[in-house]
Design a binder for this molecule. Sequence first.
Ligand code: AMP
Ligand code: ZN
Length: 473
Amino acid sequence: MALRFFNTYSREIEEFEPRDPTACPVRMYTCGPTVYSRAHIGNFRAYIFEDLLQRHLELRSYKVHRVMNITDVEDKTIRGAREAGVPLQKFTEQFKGAFFEDAHTLRIKRADEYPAATDQRYIERMIEMISGLISKGLAYQADDKSVYFRINEFPDYGKLAHFDLTQLQSTGRVKHDEYDKEHIGDFALWKAWDEADGDVKWNSPWGPGRPGWHIECSAMSMALLGDQLDIHCGGVDNIFPHHEAEIAQSEGVTGKKFVRYWLHCAHLLVDGQKMAKSLGNFYTIPDVVAKGYTGRELRYALLRVHYRVPLNFTWEGMNEARESLSRIDEWLARLREVAEQADAQRQTRNAQGPTTAFEDALDDDLNISAALGFLFESIRETNRAMDQNEMDAASARAWLEWWKRIDTVLDLEAETDVAIPHEVAQLAEQRENARREKNWKRSDELRARISALGWEVRDTKDGPKLTRGAGTA
Ligand code: AMP
Ligand code: ZN
């Protein structure tokens, strides 16, 4: 079955056909973090959806070249550095480091490249693009010395967001420093330096200043992936104005279609509201780990709902994730046991073998809910077969092989075969004692300490089991 994705541009499910399916890898660009603070788990919902997309493409034998940018210069990073009294680069460095650490905790596959907007080679590319747009009449320098994109000259402006330009005029959202614009919807390509920018500035044909956020992504994606991308992703909040502006800038320069498939994930919510820095309703990955959960559990919790459906974050959801993973772990342990036993001890009576239903579900616009539904149905069925002594070693091995294949997409297997450090073993023993005494508070505290050391304790019917948590995977 062919792969199909919902394309935000057409608002339709479309069959996936990369521009050059044989000679080139799939060119995939994903908007990365703005490094002015530690990313929250809402941001990571977007990155996990992109991870799932890349891994599924690879399962389907596509080679993928993925670029994720780092936005290290825009209003918030400049303000943050100024308030902290440190140079911009020093300020953003700590959050870049935290981002990679968190992505590792969540087992997110590394992109092939992480270009940073402040890299001189991309700044030059941005300046080149802006000059091109000015010479085509698509951009102009206003009296405030900033350069703006002239949206009235780009007839397709608004097509991605399905936006009517007349609506823009009625919103009245105009910053006082942008009063020189011809149209309220014209957006900044180059922001003229002002005092608040301190020493953050680059020279340009229009005077000192810095790039606008949108041109950063156009320049970096095209510099690394060429004029035409196969896939561009982000959260739904990126659709307008960010991605709309990227199309206008890129197509304005090249005259070619910029992106074939636009994919956007719905938000992670808290009490029905978007999780956002500005609303203060957010958790970071260390916040979740401090509550005793592992990166693996959070990965599962963020992954399990279809990417176009809003997902409400709750601690019950985290506990459900923990339970689901325990079921997988116990199932795998049982299968391994059966797989190692001599066949003579077992008899196969119609034990059902694995099918392609899991990956077929992912072909259908990454329908992870259906795929996981199939996984748990398979777990139920095979557990029943094992209960009734109806599974032989060869069938168990077939299921383990199947798991290995689908886990290249899920990456949810617990770490095994690693020696348990003495300190972890001691804490686990103390926790067991606390549980026996029904001291749940202490037991939870000890679990959190074990987790902070990168281990996960699971209570199974055979007693507690220690596995390496995702934090150190
Ligand atoms: P930012 O660092 O704000 O540029 O955002 C990085 C990525 O996270 C973008 O793709 C956003 O669309 C996405 N994002 C931000 N908040 C959320 C949220 N609550 N749920 C899902 N994605 C989000
Ligand atoms: Zn972007």
